[in-house]
Design a protein around this ligand. Structure first.
Ligand SMILES: [Zn+2]
Length: 495
């Protein structure tokens, strides 16, 4: 970097006297030129150093230079498990079935787009805790730790905590649990992500202004259908601290502008494709309310909005679930874009924590001679998630039952042999470590030539991710980044 400067400039210890003997009069002009070059080099090095330290930004068109890059607000949107193929498949569906572009494309077309790596301190494939922790703190982590150093003991300050120190408003929103790894990594510190009882406590203790998602069970004592053994009712405690506690979309709409604790389900929130039958708000509705509340803070705000169930659908190799939850995430991006139009001093970053499932659109149907790709028309006919299908199948379903359920809910007539293969769960038995959900992968494997979507696993993969952004500070989102650098980009924009 900058090495093209070196041949023209003497090293500092050669300029002046020692190695060249006493300074002679005829050398003074040469020395002045050298000094000027040296000064240029020093300025250049300083700028380069600042850049590497995350203290400088690049100019409006990605031209290197120090600009203000100062953002009043930061909105980080994370599609959990949303690899490039989850994005690409949803884009195909949106373009060809819904006849519209994704809002994410609008952000991408702003031109600040990067490929993002996410390896951790101890693995090449990450889970959500380390991935989110790395984005939240800028440090590499070990698996399952929530914003703790690799020693497992030292808490690392998160971007949300830094925002809070500066007097900014803060918010965390997800369709998974609000105590799940991704939101937790911004507001809590525990050595194992499974300690969600403690995460709930820490999120409220920190006073995050907006907390919305599922997993109410971690806020309630056992006596009130919760899992807390300490007998505490954090909903009551939150109310005493000034939070409005809401449990339905209607209550959320009616909530006054102020601190909100929205817990809409005991476990995770419902998959988008199944949500219509519930009282739950969409991710877009939660996002709109969050921005309405947080933007009242004249100093600005930090918000992390997560499409948490894209990952869960992908773990179950459920392409329909993936597409609909990615569309729901995209609608939240649309709400953010509306906000940004009125509030341009906002840094928006859209990215993912990791890829889930090794999902890809594959080429052939049972009868195709040339590539045909995904059967979007067939996917359009599927109206429920694999979770509903799994409930319908029950435990150890017979081949006949499988045939009936697949026909009823997927509008696909599988063969007797295929039904038998699903019933015996053959594929999973070959590699149970990577196919750990009963029935789903065998079902997804049988559906391959029908829907033309393949899955490498039911776990996460090391696929590089997309990251794109707009607004002040987004100039540095280009080329190849590591997810730890997103922290630096947000921190620099905040400062
Ligand atoms: Zn996952």
């Amino acid at each position: 970097m900058g090495s093209f400067f070196i041949p023209n400039v003497e090293p500092i210890w050669l300029v002046g006297g020692n190695k060249r003997g006493p300074i002679r009069k005829e050398n003074i002009m040469n020395m002045r030129i050298r000094s000027r070059k040296l000064a240029l080099l020093l300025v250049f090095s300083l700028l380069l150093g600042l850049e590497l330290w995350g203290c400088a930004t690049t100019g409006p068109m990605g031209v290197s230079g120090v600009t203000s890059g100062k953002a009043k607000n930061i909105i980080l949107l994370i599609g959990d498990g949303m690899g490039p193929n989850h994005f690409g498949t949803t884009l195909l569906y949106s373009n060809r079935i819904l006849g519209k572009d994704l809002k994410m494309v609008e952000v991408m077309n702003a031109g600040r787009t990067a490929y993002l790596l996410n390896d951790t301190a101890d693995a090449t494939v990450t889970e959500s805790a380390a991935a989110a922790g790395q984005i939240a703190t800028g440090q590499k982590m070990t698996a399952r730790a929530i914003s703790m150093a690799a020693d497992g003991k030292t808490s690392l300050k998160t971007i949300l905590e830094l925002a809070k120190d500066k007097g900014l408003a803060t918010g965390l929103v997800t369709t998974s649990g609000i105590t799940d790894a991704t939101p937790a990594a911004f507001a809590a510190h525990v050595s194992d992500r499974g300690d969600e009882v403690s995460v709930a406590d820490q999120e409220l203790k920190l006073g995050v202004d907006i907390l919305m998602g599922g997993r109410k069970q971690f806020f309630l004592p056992e006596a009130s259908a919760g899992v807390r053994k300490d007998g505490r009712n954090l909903l009551d405690e939150a109310k005493a601290k000034g939070y409005t506690v809401v449990g339905t979309a209607q209550e959320l709409r009616a909530a006054p502008v102020g601190k909100i604790l929205g817990l809409f389900t005991q476990g995770n929130m419902t998959y988008e494709i199944d949500r219509a039958k519930t009282q739950e708000p969409s991710l877009a509705e939660m996002t709109a309310k969050t921005l309405e509340v947080l933007s009242r803070n004249t100093k600005g705000f930090f918000a992390m909005i997560e499409g948490g169930r894209i990952d869960h659908a992908a773990h179950r190799n459920d392409v329909v679930g993936v597409i609909h939850d990615t569309l729901a995430f995209d609608a939240a991006v649309g709400v953010v874009l509306e906000f940004v139009r009125k509030n341009p001093q906002t840094l928006v970053i859209v990215t993912a924590d990791h890829e889930t499932g090794g999902m890809s659109v594959i080429g052939h149907s049972k009868t195709s001679k040339d590539y045909v790709g995904i059967d979007l028309a067939a996917i359009k006919e599927i109206k429920v998630s694999f979770e509903v299908i799994s409930r319908e199948l029950g435990k150890d379903p017979t081949p006949q039952k499988i045939k009936e359920v697949v026909k009823q809910y997927l509008a696909i007539e599988i063969t007797d042999d295929e039904a038998k293969m699903i019933a015996s769960d053959t594929i999973r038995k070959l590699d149970p470590a990577n196919y750990n959900y009963a029935t789903f992968h065998s079902l997804a494997f049988v559906l391959r030539p029908y829907l033309r979507v393949g899955w490498a696993s039911q776990t996460h993969t090391a696929s590089p991710l997309l990251a794109f952004g707009m607004g002040p500070g987004s100039e540095r989102i280009n080329g190849l980044l590591h997810n730890t650098q997103l922290f630096n980009i947000m921190k620099a924009a905040m400062e």
